[in-house]
Design a protein around this ligand. Structure first.
Ligand code: AMP
Length: 301
């Protein structure tokens, strides 16, 4: 942490993060912050987000704060990862509130570029491709989503040069694909993954939850309830876990299930009925027009 700052005998414990929109400016501010912090040995930690921050994001930020000297939170609603007809234009944007929340967490820099800054020539024509796993589950519902996500994450890693990046387990397929990109493209940074933060009643926190009306929000609890039931049924095998989750989710008329699948965490491919060992159940559903995802680890003995 570069702060607290000593100003005339007072110590400012809460400092407003610097909000930076230009790549060159961020790079030069980070270079001097590195020197000021711990000369020669400052760790930069990056938390990539799309803003509209909630307690889940702030848990990632707290983890970042505890792991490094300089914490950068990026806020960028990346057009490359939204398909035609998706919610790019209506995705919540709450920059002032986000910066205020990040000030409370002692964040040093907020990188909030425009699309013009990130993609000056329009949509990047060079892309990172997510491969076969990128076309499954979220990628099947949202073609090109993971190519767009990996492309912006690679750009952010190159812009910020972090030693560590913090992601949430909520986006399990994203975590798998980012980990693989690091290995495949020889990025030199570590990842840290934070468990899913849930509201009371189990619904995983998401920026999109604010689009749910009260009845939808209640119905959406069936997703985490289904995953909990699956984890309890896992000792009886994959089919029992799937049946337990379906029993909770399929009875909710407001919840339109997109996929419910059990994957092998090593390959992210669906497991067979005879699978034993660690697995992960993934779920996605539409509640009204709002797409929600969730997941849970299963242990199948
Ligand atoms: P987003 O702003 O949705 O792109 O999310 C930014 C980061 O926050 C991603 O790494 C997400 O996985 C993580 N995240 C979002 N919601 C949660 C949550 N409820 N619990 C843990 N991490 C989360």
């Amino acid at each position: 942490m570069i702060q607290p700052q000593h100003t005339g005998g007072r110590v400012n414990v809460l400092t407003t993060p610097e909000v930076i929109t230009s790549i060159d400016e961020l790079r030069s501010r980070l270079a001097s912050a590195r020197e000021r912090a711990v000369p020669g040995d400052a760790r930069i930690v990056l938390v990539p987000t799309m803003g509209a921050l909630h307690a889940g994001h702030l848990t990632l930020v707290r983890r970042a704060r505890s792991r490094g000297d300089i914490v950068v939170v990026s806020i960028f609603v990346n057009p490359l990862q939204f398909g035609a007809g998706e919610d790019l234009n209506t995705y919540p944007r709450t920059l002032d509130a986000d910066v205020a929340a990040l000030a409370e967490e002692g964040v040093d820099f907020v990188f909030a570029p425009t699309s013009q800054v990130m993609y000056p020539a329009g949509a990047a024509s060079t892309r990172v491709t997510a491969g076969a796993v990128g076309a499954l589950y979220e990628g099947a519902a949202r073609p090109g989503h993971f190519d767009g996500m990996l492309t912006v994450v690679a750009k952010l890693f190159n812009i910020v040069g972090p030693d560590l990046a913090v992601f949430g387990q909520k986006d399990a397929q994203q975590v798998f694909l980012v980990e693989r990109m690091l290995a495949d493209l020889d990025f030199r940074l570590a990842l840290e993954i934070v468990p899913i933060v849930r509201e009371e009643g189990g619904l995983a926190l998401s920026s999109r939850n604010r689009n749910l009306d009260p009845a939808q929000r209640l119905a959406a609890r069936s997703l985490s309830a289904g995953l909990d039931a699956a984890a309890s049924a896992a000792p009886q095998g994959v089919a029992a876990a799937l049946a337990a989750a379906h029993a909770r989710i399929d009875v909710q008329p407001l919840v339109k299930l997109d996929y419910l699948v059990v994957v092998d965490p090593r390959t992210f491919l669906p497991v067979g009925a005879d699978h034993v060992g660690p697995a992960r159940m993934l779920v996605a559903a539409l509640v009204g027009n709002t797409r929600l995802i969730d997941n849970v680890a299963l242990d199948i003995p």
